[in-house]
Structures are given as structure tokens and as C-alpha cells.
Design a binder for this molecule. Structure first.
Ligand code: MLC
Ligand code: AMP
Length: 519
């Protein structure tokens, strides 16, 4: 990997783009305004605190906290100190957190004061050295301790391939895998998106996504920081407030559910978005209906892009004329646009033979933002890469003669619900352990708000009687709430093909028609 940076610490690159006047606003929060100096000094103090713990190089800092600007400082502090940030969805329950802690063996865990009881128990049981708390109201032991540290900090010297973040993604078989992303992965993608999306002086990002996944943490926050642009910060998405904030914002990023909810607001009209320059959608398929309605209601054309935790962003519809594609500048609904300038994207058949444009197959990618591999899972990593170094995305797609990529399906058994990934295998494993359950199949069906939601189809043990609601209640404590199927049905048997494999397509058809007929 080549690099011209004297220090390949990604924070250094971000810091160089901060405005010269550090007293300017960097984040507008409900509670007040944070300046660029606040971000720099707050993250310096936390970085000094972390370094004061004298942790070994590459130590993981696992963080499960509510969205706050201080949580962003903690992320930046971890980068500065050269440790590895491990963000965890706040919806994860103790069994899930225990798995991540056991797998990643973090040296430090930061959790919310409200969850300290059970998180610290899990952490200390797994040998974690330090557990701090951080609330979304500027309180917690992390801030108390960091207050004693210096507000100057020089980012630790790093190499481009040094690890910056581990993001866990669930798997089609068994447990989650930690995708290892380097400082170079983060830096290259942030720079590419800054140029491709035409970030400019005066831009203001409306940040409404959670910050424990790639979309909210990397795509959104990196974009603002690397452009020296302020963010309007929403702790939680709410359609009415988001529209009100658009008076002062220029860029918005959302999963399709956010666009669906915004469209349901009567006050969404061209005046409300007159200040906006760009609307970006990703993480899940944007229905062409939503794309068209948005254009009719606002006059704006949503720019849809596609990425993964393992790769950050891979493709994007053009913001402006793309010289690589005869100056095409059209954002096409139903497509995820062109491979980004430094991404090689190809479509292959089942035998790995590269297909021509307009032929459908498996999407494989190579590029500077593609991850280093799965944490402590070399065999899994080897399986997911081809001999010539392409990553197998698990998505099925087609590239048009003009170069537009369309995702037509997935060859991984995955449900994307409101932008969150839900792997049926994980849910089925939990359901199958319940008393009286013989087997189960979880399938995704269309849903007006979340795009897709899970339905659990369960078979009882011989002689046992199962209450569908009791099944859902029983798994609620075990799984993050967004993973819990929205509906459960008990059946006599699951449909199987001649090989004995459950025919999920049949279940999907069967339940789509009646379960959510009212939506
Ligand atoms: C919440 N609920 C969901 C859900 N979110 N159910 C299914 N799918 C979801 N995504 C359920 C809760 O379990 C709860 O049910 C009820 O809805 C209310 O919870 P809530 O927290 O009040 O929901 P709400 O705030 O309305 O959240 C909806 C949402 C949120 C769409 C705002 O899910 C969200 O922020 N999604 C964005 C996800 C995201 O950032 N993805 C990026 C991944 S990165 P109950 O029964 O418990 O009351 C990636 C790569 C890439 O994919 O390309 O970007
Ligand atoms: P995650 O593992 O959470 O990073 O999710 C990555 C997956 O989200 C991809 O492999 C795709 O299946 C899906 N995805 C992301 N963006 C899009 C999009 N714009 N359209 C369709 N699917 C998408």
C-alpha cells in the first residue's frame, strides 16, 4: 500500500481539513453548539486518557452508548491514540454483547450509565480491564476521568494498514464476524466521496442516523469532518424535526425508511428543502416509487449509493457529470449508480467466470476501502475473497451497458429492515432453542415502513402447543429489538425441496399476501 502521508493516522487527515478558525461551529446539538476546537480538545483529552491506560498496540475499545457528540469524540480519540474502535448497536442485548466481547477481547468497554450494571458484569467476566460510562447528556465516568487530562494530543504515528475499526456484521451461518477496517480504508473512502459528491464550502450535514454502523459513523461523519463542514445533530430521527432542520442544512443522508417517513409529512415541499443541495440514500434498496415521489414533492433527485460494512462505499449514482461514463450525470432510480472511481466491480457467474455487462450474477469488488479480513477468522476471510483478491459481496446484480449497477437480489439469506441487517439463521437458532419448538424458518416480507420485516414460521414438537406471541416474547430478551420478527405463525411443517432444503421463497409468497395486508 502506498501513501504520501507522513502520518497515516486517519485523524491527522481529518484534522488538516478543520477550518483555520477553530471557534467556528462544528456540531449544532439540541444542547448547544460544539466548536471545532471542542471536537479537537475533547478527543485529545480522551485520547490521553486511553493512552494513559498503557494498553498494548491494537487494543480494542468497545463502545455501546447512545448517540452523542461526546461519542464522536471518543471515536476520534480512539483513532488518535491508535487503538481500534468497536461500535455496538445500543439495541444489542446481553447475550449479543457477551459474544462480541468474548470474540474481540476489548481492553476497554464504554457503555451507558443505564446499562452499566449488566454490561460491566459481562465485561469483567470476560477479563476486560476498564469499563467507563458515557451518557448522551454529557455525563459518565469517561468524561469525569478525561477531564483530568491534557487537551493537546499528537496523533500516534501509524502505517496505512494499521487497524482503525472493527465492525461486526452478522453471518448467514452462525455468529457475527468482525470486519477489520484500516486507517487507509477509512481515509481513501472519505476522500473519494468528498470529491464524488461535490462537497463544497458552505455545506451543512443534517445527521439523523445512528452512529454505530457504517452509514452514520463513516459515510456521514467522515464526509462532514473531511470537508470541514458543520453538522446539525439529531439524537434520533424524527421526520418533522428533520424537515425543520432542512432550512439550515444542505446535505442529508438516510436509509429508505427515513425517506418514506419524510414523505408522509404534509410540510415536505420545495420551500422546506430550498436550502438543500443533496439527498443521499443507502443501506437498503430505495423503491423507485419513493425515488419518484421524492422528486415530485421536492424537485430533488435522490442519489442512491451502495456499500457494506466490509467495504465502505462501493458505488454511487453521479452527483455531476462522470467523465468515465461519457459524462453521464443522471441519477437513475432503482440503480446504485457507477462503481466509485477507485473501485473495481465485476459480476461473475456461479463458476466465477466474469460476465459481460447486462448479464446478472454475483457482485465482486476490489479497492482501497475493502477491509483487511474478519477478526480472528482467517478461514472465513479466505472463503470470502477470490484468488485474485476480489471480495465476494453476496449481492446479486447487473451492470448496464452504460455502467449503472443494479442490485437485483442477494445470495446471502439476509433481511434488511429499516436499514439494519437481520440474518434469519441467527433468529432461527434462538427460536429453535425454545421449549416445544421443533424447527423454524424466518423470512423477510415487504413492509411499507421498514422495507422488509421478518416473519417467523415455527413448527412445534410433536404433542407440544405453541403460542406464536409467546415465541416472540421469549426471544425479545435474547435479541436486539429490530431483529425480532414482527409476526409469528405456527405451522405443521415447513415446505422443503427434494434435497430437504426449506423453500423460503414459498413461505415468503405465502405470508406476504396476508400477514401485512393492512400496510
Ligand atoms: C426500530 N424497530 C425496528 C427497526 N427500528 N424494527 C425493524 N427494523 C428496524 N430498523 C422497532 C423496534 O424494535 C421497536 O419495536 C419499534 O420499532 C420502535 O423502536 P424505535 O427505536 O422507536 O424505532 P425508530 O426510532 O422509529 O427507528 C426506526 C429507524 C431506525 C428507521 C429510524 O431503525 C434507524 O435509525 N435505522 C437506520 C439503520 C442504519 O443506520 N443502518 C445503516 C447500516 S450500515 P418494539 O416492538 O421493540 O417496540 C450499512 C452499510 C451501508 O448498511 O451501505 O450503509
Ligand atoms: P451491512 O453489512 O450492514 O454493511 O449491509 C451491507 C448490505 O446492505 C449490502 O451487502 C447490500 O445487500 C445492502 N445494501 C447497501 N446499500 C444498498 C442499496 N443502496 N441498495 C440495495 N442494497 C444495499
Amino acid at each position: 500500500m502506498t501513501s504520501n502521508n507522513i502520518n497515516d493516522n486517519f485523524y491527522q487527515l481529518l484534522r488538516e481539513q478543520f477550518p483555520t478558525d477553530l471557534s467556528l461551529p462544528a456540531v449544532y446539538d439540541d444542547a448547544g453548539v460544539y466548536s471545532w476546537s471542542d471536537l479537537d480538545k475533547g478527543s485529545a483529552m480522551m485520547a490521553n486518557l486511553l493512552q494513559g491506560l498503557a494498553l498494548p498496540k491494537g487494543s480494542r475499545i468497545a463502545v455501546q452508548v447512545d448517540k452523542s457528540v461526546e461519542a464522536v469524540m471518543l471515536y476520534l480519540a480512539t483513532l488518535r491514540a491508535g487503538y481500534v474502535f468497536l461500535p455496538l448497536n445500543t439495541a444489542y442485548q446481553s447475550a449479543e454483547v457477551a459474544y462480541f466481547i468474548d470474540n474481540a477481547k476489548p481492553a476497554v468497554v464504554v457503555c451507558s450509565p443505564a446499562t452499566f450494571g449488566w454490561v460491566s458484569k459481562v465485561a469483567f467476566t470476560h477479563g476486560v480491564g476498564s469499563v467507563f460510562t458515557l451518557s448522551d447528556e454529557r455525563t459518565g465516568s469517561l468524561l469525569d476521568r478525561a477531564a483530568h487530562y491534557d487537551s493537546q494530543h499528537t496523533p500516534v504515528q501509524l502505517m496505512p494498514d494499521d487497524l482503525a475499526v472493527i465492525i461486526y456484521t452478522s453471518g448467514t451461518t452462525g455468529r457475527s464476524k468482525g470486519a477489520m477496517l484500516s486507517h487507509h480504508n477509512l481515509a481513501s473512502n472519505a476522500q473519494t466521496l468528498k470529491a464524488y459528491w461535490g462537497w463544497q464550502p458552505g455545506d451543512v450535514l443534517l445527521h439523523a442516523l445512528p452512529i454505530f454502523h457504517v452509514h452514520g459513523l463513516f459515510v456521514a461523519i467522515h464526509a462532514a469532518l473531511i470537508n470541514g463542514s458543520p453538522m446539525i445533530w439529531m439524537k434520533k430521527f424524527d421526520a418533522q424535526s428533520a424537515i425543520a432542520h432542512m432550512q439550515r442544512a444542505t446535505v442529508f443522508m438516510g436509509v429508505p425508511t427515513l425517506y418514506v417517513r419524510l414523505l408522509a409529512q404534509a410540510q415536505l415541499n420545495p420551500q422546506a428543502v430550498a436550502n438543500m443541495r443533496l439527498f443521499i440514500s443507502g443501506s437498503a434498496p430505495l423503491l423507485t416509487d419513493t425515488f419518484q415521489q421524492w422528486h415530485e414533492r421536492t424537485g430533488h433527485t435522490i442519489l442512491e449509493r451502495y456499500g457494506m460494512s466490509e467495504t465502505i462505499m462501493l458505488t454511487s449514482n453521479p452527483y455531476s457529470a462522470d467523465a468515465r461514463h461519457q459524462g453521464a450525470n443522471q441519477r437513475k432510480g432503482g440503480t446504485v449508480g457507477f462503481a466509485l472511481p477507485d473501485v473495481e466491480l465485476r459480476v461473475v457467474n456461479d463458476d466465477g467466470v466474469v460476465l459481460a455487462n447486462t448479464q446478472t450474477g454475483h457482485i465482486e469488488v476490489k479497492g482501497p476501502s475493502v477491509f483487511l479480513g474478519y477478526w480472528n477468522m482467517p478461514e472465513k476471510t479466505a472463503e470470502e475473497f477470490t484468488a485474485d483478491g476480489f471480495f465476494k459481496t453476496g449481492d446479486v446484480g447487473v451492470v448496464s451497458s452504460q455502467g449503472y449497477v443494479t442490485i437485483v437480489g442477494r445470495n446471502k439469506d439476509l433481511i434488511i429492515s429499516g436499514g439494519y441487517n437481520v440474518y434469519p439463521a441467527e433468529i432461527e437458532a434462538v427460536i429453535n432453542k425454545l421449549p416445544g419448538v421443533s424447527e423454524s424458518a424466518v423470512v423477510g416480507i415487504a413492509h411499507a415502513d421498514f422495507g422488509e420485516v421478518g416473519v417467523a414460521v415455527v413448527v412445534a414438537d410433536k404433542g407440544a402447543v405453541l403460542d406464536p406471541l409467546a415465541v416472540l416474547t421469549a426471544i425479545k430478551g435474547e435479541l436486539a429489538n429490530f431483529k425480532v420478527p414482527k409476526h409469528c405463525v405456527v405451522v405443521d411443517e415447513l415446505p422443503r425441496n427434494a434435497m430437504g432444503k426449506v423453500q423460503k421463497n414459498i413461505l415468503r409468497q405465502q405470508y406476504t399476501s396476508h400477514v401485512f395486508a393492512s400496510h
